[in-house]
Design a protein around this ligand. Structure first.
Ligand code: BES
Ligand code: MN
Ligand code: ZN
Length: 454
């Protein structure tokens, strides 16, 4: 389903969004107060006309003082009766946030059950940028669909097909290196992690745009993470279809960039190392020492720290052409979620101006991120006695930071490097976010680009 606003029409019914306790639109008449409408979050009050038909509705946004807890309150409007609605917003509700919420509220994952949203449709609220918001929702829907589709239908073959389909739509070029060719192309760690799976490991390389600064996005594409031979316990494995959330978010971002014409201004490259981390006789083993594309040797102290291995080779490849900005998106560590929870992914960046602009843009785009440090003092933790690097330092302290430090070793050559350790999943229903796959970081990057990529 492609989310979009309805064209303007005189037949649209008015929808008044109101904060709890605020006076109601006069046109709504006495009915809302008489029927006990208070404006609490998600409360809907349908308004009758003189003949008993429908003349409009009120939607509660909840307590204004708690607005930052109720982001995307407008998404509740998806519960209105089928028909065409014209939203009227309070002055202090950001029209872009409301517009995005109206579209995100329509997301349904219907591949296996149910039907796409065919209820209420909305005219874009005044003051919102309809085209840009629809592009953001379209990218986010793609990301969610890719994450929600389980590994039996979203293995490396299917993820490659999805990447090719998007590239086709966007007019981008695609090159894919697969299986044994990864060794010839000197991407040995992607091969090592993915070789035990039935579907071959691969590196997907997408390019869009041919002038302007270079932006390279690298997304972790582990279609399923069993943990490999250091196998995960069942509770930890249950959600691991989402371990391609970085790749799914990178593709969602590419869709947003393509739909907003960003490729006219920059050279975009998306690199997706795509594998399944599986168990078989030819699986890579704990204790193996791998030689990376960069030449650094890596002792595998846990086959479950696979993401940083495949990303390392992709980052090395990306850095070789010295992009102005390189960004990795990855469901990389459980430690990131322990530190900040599922809704607030940490990001790392050594350049203060870039980091500040990204933090600000993330909050403004309602796609929050929180800066954490590439803490040099922990470098020694990723340096084992018998190889250059350790993929899984013992002790498990500062796990998201040590993973980020590992990646930074391979990103050198890029002008600036940003790494996001995302979760990629909404654990419980929230406005505009049903339980399931969730894009994180893409809208923040989109909003920040004008300031961080001149
Ligand atoms: N895909 C996981 C990280 C993950 C787990 C993200 C749960 C989100 C939720 C990653 O491949 C992994 O297993 N990381 C290990 C690293 C450890 C072995 C050093 C982790 O975080 O436990
Ligand atoms: Mn893992
Ligand atoms: Zn993983």
């Amino acid at each position: 389903m492609t989310p979009d606003f309805a064209p303007d029409s005189p037949d649209a019914l008015p929808l008044w969004a109101v904060w709890k306790g605020d006076p109601l639109a006069e046109q709504a008449g006495p009915w809302p107060a008489a029927s006990g409408f208070s404006g609490k979050l998600g409360e809907i009050c349908l308004l009758p006309d003189a003949s008993g038909g429908l003349s409009g509705a009120l939607l509660g946004l909840g307590d204004r003082a708690q607005a930052s807890r109720h982001r995307f309150a407008m998404a509740h409007a998806a519960g209105l009766p089928k028909g065409l609605w014209r939203p009227f917003l309070p002055d202090d509700l950001d029209p872009d946030e409301a517009a995005l919420a109206l579209l995100l509220g329509q997301y349904r994952f219907t591949r296996y059950k149910g039907t796409p949203h065919d209820g209420a449709r909305f005219i874009c609220p005044q003051g919102a940028d309809a085209h840009r918001i629809a592009a953001q929702a379209a990218g986010e829907f793609l990301t969610r669909d890719l994450i929600n589709t389980p590994a039996n239908d979203m293995g490396p073959d299917a993820l490659e097909a999805a990447a090719r389909a998007l590239a086709g739509e966007a007019g981008a070029s695609v090159a894919v290196t697969t299986g044994g060719d990864l060794l010839d192309a000197n991407l040995p760690m992607i091969h090592a992690v993915g070789r035990a799976a039935e579907q071959a490991p691969r590196l997907i390389d997408i390019r869009l745009g041919d002038a302007g600064p270079r932006l390279t996005i690298v997304g972790k594409g582990v279609c399923f993470d069993t943990g490999g031979l250091d196998i995960k316990p069942s509770a930890s494995m249950l959600l691991m279809k989402k371990d391609m959330g970085g790749a799914a978010t990178a593709l969602g971002l590419l869709k947003m960039l393509a739909l907003t014409g960003a490729a006219d201004r920059m050279r975009i490259r998306v690199l997706l190392p795509v594998v399944e981390n599986s168990v078989a006789g030819n699986a890579f083993r704990p204790g193996d020492v791998l030689t990376s594309r960069k030449g650094l040797t890596v002792e595998v102290n846990n086959t479950d720290a696979e993401g940083r291995l495949i990303l390392a080779d992709a980052l090395t490849l990306g850095a070789e052409e010295s992009p102005d900005l390189m960004i990795s998106l990855a469901t990389l560590t459980g430690a990131a979620r322990v530190a900040l929870g599922p809704d607030l992914p940490p990001f790392y960046c050594d350049d203060d101006a870039t980091a500040d602009a990204l933090s600000r843009a993330a909050m403004a785009a309602r796609d929050p991120l929180w800066r954490m440090p590439f803490w040099d003092g922990y470098e020694s933790q990723i340096e084992p006695p018998i190889a250059d690097l350790d993929n899984a330092p013992s002790g498990g302290m500062a796990g998201s930071i040590t993973a980020a430090l590992f990646l930074r070793r391979f990103a050198q050559g890029a002008g600036r490097y940003v790494h996001m350790d995302i979760y990629g999943w909404q654990p419980v229903l929230a406005p505009g976010r049903p339980k399931g796959g969730l894009g994180q970081g893409a809208r923040a990057i989109l909003a920040a680009l004008p300031r961080i990529l001149a």
